[in-house]
Design a protein around this ligand. Structure first.
Ligand code: GLN
Ligand code: ZN
Length: 763
């Protein structure tokens, strides 16, 4: 029989129960026991609903209160010293690592966070050094396995693999120069052995060990480590299903098939072309092959016919017992269920599958491949055939005007009129900013009042006019505050935006929205990605009235604020029927019109955020160029339509820029602001190394935590930066938008920031 499997499930709860509970715990409103109870309810709901949907291999241990990599670090005692000896409970140490802690005399910043592969999920980066003392502080895998078992559900526990764990980590500050986390593997394996042996003892038949680094180029250098790790682990472990996802194995396949594991999972959503090669390599072994045919990354209904073709190929080579039908990756990137959506039209609803619907998909495909005669399976196959045909028919209606406009893009549309050196002088006169200009990244605290006003508007409890009056007041508060504390280049604060992508999607043609389609971005922060369903265009201006209103309140320059085309696309669920390039260029043209309109309205600086440019970069270097060849021009199309006098800004976060520096330079934005407070100063050295020539604002403090940076800390950072960057190029700003922060810490932090910039001007 062909079995069905889900690699991981959204861990936020169908109604965001986990966010609510975790935030209530942080606020001191519920106890740790109550938090655990809420978590247990969510886990139970996942397991039982997967079982009801007929999934054979149900994951456990993939749940988390904050981040699964952080769970793993905490469980394995990979806890930086700065969080210890502070009289905190293990749970509070855990949260302190995730989000920092500033209360009752304890003041520690959060650990670094990074994007998880090429997704918009962020993980907390483990820190290793020669001193790392691996121990099993708690055995989450066994605990959750038993928790499910007590409910009568036999699960396949999920464990982050040892090589991936080390490879994703970084050297701690105290590590010796040249230290490589992977060198700790021999010390780490005994703890894995204990963990896996205890799973076996608890009765687990299989364990899913995630080694997504196997789809990266760098894994080619880790062959020896993979062999030694799995040679040691396999004898004591339940049967190991080694999972790879988000890309292709490529040359790594040659050693992966030799590992002493019982099964191999491959991603056929991202890398369908690898099937033949993998089947051929697996055939002479005893490996079970798990086919990731149901996308863990998008929300489109799986085309059963296509999935069955993959399955049949594998079955004819390996036999039914050696094939598993699975989601391509964990479903953590998809919303929980389509059932909660009441506003999508029946036609739209029929196009999509969210996590629970995907669970049904794997079980139907597996049943069909197993030769099931069940009428329900036949019905599901038929219904799927009809849905897919309808969507294909819909895709044939394109917007000719938009398609023609994209086809008519010319190279001169990508370039500003003059080079930066000329623009800089023009802009100096227009903007009249002091040395070390202070600014922010755009958003100000999205307070409870703002969210309530929006909720009331959506429920029609207040009128549009009342809502807009409210937003105007918010903008005024933000403007007055910035004037009061002495910031130089102001922003309107983005109170009218529910989200930096959704807000634009809602005003553009070609998108649809969910009511409850939340996916985790980091910790308790969830987003609701818009879905691109048809050609994109801008029917009318989107931000002009708010930016103009904000500018009308002050003599200081007001920065217009837009989300860039690449980021809108990367943080939406894109169409699967046309290229991402086409979708991005359509967005770029829409934004170009908006930037031009902002200039016409008298705005003198416009920021086009591209925090997702880096994360969209393909995982394999060989695929970078094709991506950059449309991503970079898209940004330039959006920003180059204006006069020399308009100062363009762009913002990037959580990025390792070392490798894409030339691309950032090529964007030719007048000013870029970057997240630098967590990634240390490595980044700036890169900029120095290449000689970045436009203006730059490396974040002077980390906004992802409620902690207030002292004036001295900011001065120290500025000193570090000035040792590397020419002072004529430096802007002073936080490292990202302030929407997730409260007013209290925002006020205190920005006051310190302004004071530090003033000090720098004098120094
Ligand atoms: N302008 C946005 C904000 O301040 C940028 C956010 C981001 O980079 N993620 O909220
Ligand atoms: Zn940012």
């Amino acid at each position: 029989m062909v079995a069905s499997s889900v690699l991981g499930f959204p861990r936020i709860g169908a109604n965001r129960e986990v966010k609510k509970a975790v935030e209530a715990y942080w606020a001191g409103k519920i106890s740790a026991e109550e938090l655990n109870k809420a978590a247990a309810d969510v886990k139970k709901a996942c397991w039982t609903s997967l079982k009801e949907r007929g999934v054979d291999l149900i994951p456990s241990g993939d749940f988390t209160l904050y981040d699964h990599v952080l769970d793993h670090s905490a469980a394995f005692n990979v806890i930086p010293k700065r969080y210890l000896g502070k009289n905190l409970s293990p749970l509070d140490v855990y949260f302190a690592m995730g989000r920092g802690r500033q209360a009752d005399g304890v003041d520690v910043p959060a650990s670094e966070m990074k994007k998880w592969f090429d997704s918009n999920y962020h993980f907390v980066v483990p820190e290793f050094s020669e001193e790392t003392d691996f121990q099993l502080n708690f055995n989450k895998a066994v605990e959750e396995y038993n928790e499910a078992k007590a409910l009568g559900i036999n699960t396949r526990p999920v464990v982050l693999g040892p090589v991936t764990f080390l490879a994703l980590g970084k050297a701690a500050k105290e590590a010796k120069p040249g230290f490589e986390p992977i060198s700790l593997l021999p010390k780490l394996l005994p703890v894995y052995k204990t963990l896996l042996a205890s799973l076996k003892e608890a009765g687990a038949d299989w364990v899913q060990i995630d080694e997504p680094v196997l789809v990266l180029d760098s894994a080619a250098y880790l062959e020896k480590q993979f062999i030694s790790a799995y040679t040691e682990l396999a004898p004591v472990s339940p049967k190991i299903m080694l999972t790879t996802y988000y890309g292709r194995l490529d040359t790594n396949l040659s050693f992966v098939v030799k590992l002493p594991v019982a099964g191999l999972h491959i991603d056929l959503d991202r890398a369908p072309a690898q099937l033949d090669e993998v089947v051929a390599a697996v055939k002479p072994t005893n490996l079970v092959l798990s086919l990731g045919v149901v996308s863990g990354r998008n929300i489109w209904k799986t085309d059963f016919q296509a999935a069955l073709k993959f399955g049949e190929k594998a079955v004819s080579a390996l036999g039914k017992d050696r094939v598993v039908i699975a989601t391509s990756s964990s479903l953590l990137h998809t919303p929980v269920t389509l059932a909660a959506e009441t506003k999508l039209t029946p036609e739209q609803k029929d196009w999509f599958s969210f996590a629970l619907e995907k669970a049904s998909e794997v079980s139907v495909i597996a049943a069909a491949l197993s030769g099931s005669q069940d009428a329900k399976v036949a019905e599901a196959l038929e219904a799927n055939r009809a849905s897919i045909a309808k969507r294909r028919a819909f895709e044939h209606n394109s917007d000719d005007a938009v398609r023609k406009r994209v086809a008519a893009i010319t190279p001169d549309m990508l370039e500003r009129k003059s080079p930066f050196s000329v623009r800089k002088e023009v802009q100096k006169k227009v903007l009249n900013l002091p040395k070390f200009p202070t600014t922010t990244i755009g958003s100000f605290p999205q307070t409870k009042e703002i969210r309530q006003a929006r909720a009331k508007l959506n429920k029609k409890e207040i009128t549009v006019a009342e809502y807009e009056e409210f937003i105007k007041k918010e903008i005024e508060t933000v403007v007055r505050f910035q004037e009061k504390i002495g910031l130089d280049l102001l922003v309107h604060g983005e109170p009218e935006r529910n989200d930096m992508v959704q807000y634009f999607g809602e005003q553009l043609e070609g998108f649809v929205f969910t009511q409850n389609g939340w996916v985790q971005s980091y910790g308790s922060r969830y987003v609701r990605p818009p879905i691109v369903v048809s050609d994109v265009s801008r029917p009318r201006p989107m931000t002009i009235r708010w930016s103009s209103y904000a500018q009308s309140l002050t003599d200081k320059p007001m920065k217009g604020m837009l989300t860039g085309p690449v980021t809108i696309l990367n943080w939406s669920f894109p169409r699967a029927d046309v290229s991402r390039e086409l979708q991005c260029k359509q967005l770029a043209l829409a934004l170009r019109d908006e930037v031009i309109d902002l200039e016409k309205a008298g705005i003198k600086a416009v920021q086009v955020d591209e925090p997702a440019l880096r994360e969209g970069l393909p995982l394999r270097k060989a695929d970078w160029e094709p991506y950059l060849n449309w991503a970079l021009p898209s940004f330039k199309i959006a920003t180059a339509g204006v006069s020399d006098a308009l100062q363009t800004h762009s913002h990037f976060c959580y990025s390792d820029f070392d490798d894409i520096f030339p691309s950032i330079q090529a964007l030719d934005a007048d000013v870029i602001s970057i997240e630098a407070s967590k990634s240390d100063m490595k980044l700036l050295n890169t900029f120095k190394h290449y000689g970045y020539s436009n203006q730059i604002g490396p974040g002077v403090y980390d906004i992802h935590s409620p902690r207030v940076p002292s004036e001295q800390e900011i001065k120290d950072r500025l000193k570090d930066m000035l040792a590397i960057l020419p002072d004529s190029l430096l802007f002073v700003n936080p490292d990202c938008g302030l929407k997730t922060r409260g007013w209290k810490e925002t006020e205190a932090s920005l006051q310190n920031l302004v004071a530090a910039a003033r000090w720098a001007r004098q120094a």
